[in-house]
Design a protein around this ligand. Structure first.
Ligand SMILES: [Fe+2]
Ligand SMILES: [Fe+2]
Length: 262
């Protein structure tokens, strides 16, 4: 039995990661579980991976980790994501890239499972109850022992409860107790808030698997420092390049970007 610190969608944001880890340490977590997307969007991919490795965090691969190391192409990326991932590919150190390429797609710990997007599709956004219902079926087939499926990718803190065929969203404004006779899909939120329009907070969660209780956290961090580094180092797309990518997609298709993976 343990108190798990759950985090994901860090996206190379060192300031947000440090803030989230400080909060998880203050909560007294026993370990760290990461639902993927360690890199992409921001300038400190190497640093974030080094911190997580030094802390012994158990991580799975997100789509940005796979695209940022050339294991996936840009076909399903927005222009903004593609631009920052092209920059990420050039920036990542060899050791970081080797670590990211070796990450598993899932981690199962007892009745707890980590997945990044959908259970069988790392790039699926599970934003609606119908997506959860579909993935609950896949979860029962692929990971029959799983009762709490932690996922990322959508960057929003959420809890969905599955009771047979019925999916309902659970309020997260206080601690959430997971019933033993239900299946849950839980998103701890996004450590990186650089793409959010609201007040920037590093999001994470704590799961007490003895009490089966979840608590969500939103921690202030130095967003101005993150943004200035990302802009100075070429991770932010300007409107002209955005239009250029649109034209390239129409004329040549997304495959033209794959030539830059080497
Ligand atoms: Fe992400
Ligand atoms: Fe993702």
């Amino acid at each position: 039995m343990a108190l798990h610190g759950i985090l994901g969608d860090i996206h190379g944001n060192a300031e947000a990661l440090v803030a989230a880890l400080a909060r998880l340490d203050a909560c007294g977590v026993d370990d760290l579980l990461c639902v993927g997307d360690l890199v992409g969007y921001n300038a400190d991919g190497d640093e974030c991976v080094a911190v997580l490795r030094a802390r012994g965090a158990r991580c799975i691969a997100g789509n940005h980790d796979l695209i940022g190391t050339g294991l996936l192409g840009f076909e399903r990326c927005s222009n903004k994501a593609m631009h920052s991932l092209k920059r990420t590919r050039r920036a990542l150190g060899a050791e970081t890239a080797a670590y990211l390429r070796a990450l598993p797609s899932h981690i199962a710990l007892g009745d707890l499972l980590l997945t990044h997007g959908g259970v069988r599709d790392v790039q699926q956004y599970m934003t609606q109850p119908r997506h959860i219902a579909q993935n609950a079926l896949l979860l029962r087939e692929d990971f029959p022992a799983a009762r709490a499926c932690f996922f990322g990718h959508t960057h929003e803190q959420r809890v969905y409860e599955v009771d047979g065929e019925t999916v309902s969203e659970v309020a997260i404004d206080g601690p959430v107790r997971l019933r033993e006779d239900r299946i849950y899909f839980v998103n701890p939120g996004s450590v990186d808030a650089s793409r959010k329009r609201c007040v920037k907070r590093a999001e994470c969660a704590v799961y007490d698997d003895a009490a089966r209780e979840l608590a969500f956290h939103r921690v202030p961090y130095d967003d101005a420092a993150t943004e200035s580094k990302a802009a100075a180092q070429g991770y932010r797309i300007d409107r002209w390049r955005d239009r250029l990518y649109d034209v390239q997609r129409r004329v040549i298709g997304p495959r033209h970007e794959e030539g830059e993976t080497a």
